[in-house]
Ligand binder design. Structure first.
Ligand code: HEM
Length: 164
């Protein structure tokens, strides 16, 4: 029951997150020529609010619910780690979108369709990879994982803490 509830939250939130990663760059890059200063300011504030109050919280809740699902469902399998790598890139794109929203406050020319399109294509590609991994759950052979990831490295923590 908890698993089903968490998965529902996970999927609802990631739909909002992914929709934001596609819609925000498009709105950013729309043609603002001929727009009045008041309309442009309203658009900027709408984008900021959407990013800060809707898309980012949805991303955080999707990640938290997904992390809980790993531990509750014991999903310690190679396809999940491959999925997490792709999610890491998606988080990077999320950061780039936030940066672009701040940048158009300083310079309206910072939002250009030629910048938005590669981001949207990259986001769509990553979403397809993630969905492919999570739905097909491919059996990725462990020998594809480099040796250094399979062995303890005997490295020290960067601080003087004694593990409990
Ligand atoms: C840090 C981020 C994420 C974590 C830790 C995570 C983790 C998980 C886990 C553990 C499951 C359950 C898998 C199972 O029971 O077999 C799951 C399900 C799912 N995840 Fe994620 N996920 C994350 C982000 C995403 C993203 C960004 C997407 C899509 C773009 C996504 C799409 C899905 C879908 C569609 C399911 C349902 C799959 C099914 O039940 O067949 N997840 N996720």
């Amino acid at each position: 029951m908890v698993l089903v509830a968490l998965k529902t939250v996970h999927i609802m939130m990631l739909v909002i997150w992914c929709a934001g990663l596609l819609a925000l760059p498009l709105l950013l890059a729309a043609d603002h020529q001929g727009q009045s200063q008041a309309d442009y300011t309203r658009l900027r504030l709408t984008l900021q609010h959407a990013y800060i109050r809707v898309v980012t919280p949805a991303a955080v809740i999707a990640v938290v619910a997904g992390t809980a699902l790993i531990f509750l469902g014991n999903v310690y399998v190679p396809w999940m780690f491959a999925k997490l790598v792709a999610v890491g890139f998606l988080v990077g794109l999320h950061g780039l979108t936030g940066h672009a929203i701040i940048a158009i406050g300083e310079d309206p020319n910072a939002a250009r369709l030629r910048l938005a399109i590669p981001r949207i294509v990259a986001a769509l590609g990553l979403m397809a990879v993630i969905l492919g991994l999570v739905l097909a759950k491919p059996a990725i052979p462990l020998d594809l994982v480099p040796d250094w990831l399979m062995q303890p490295r005997a490295l020290h923590l960067p601080l003087d803490e004694v593990p409990m």
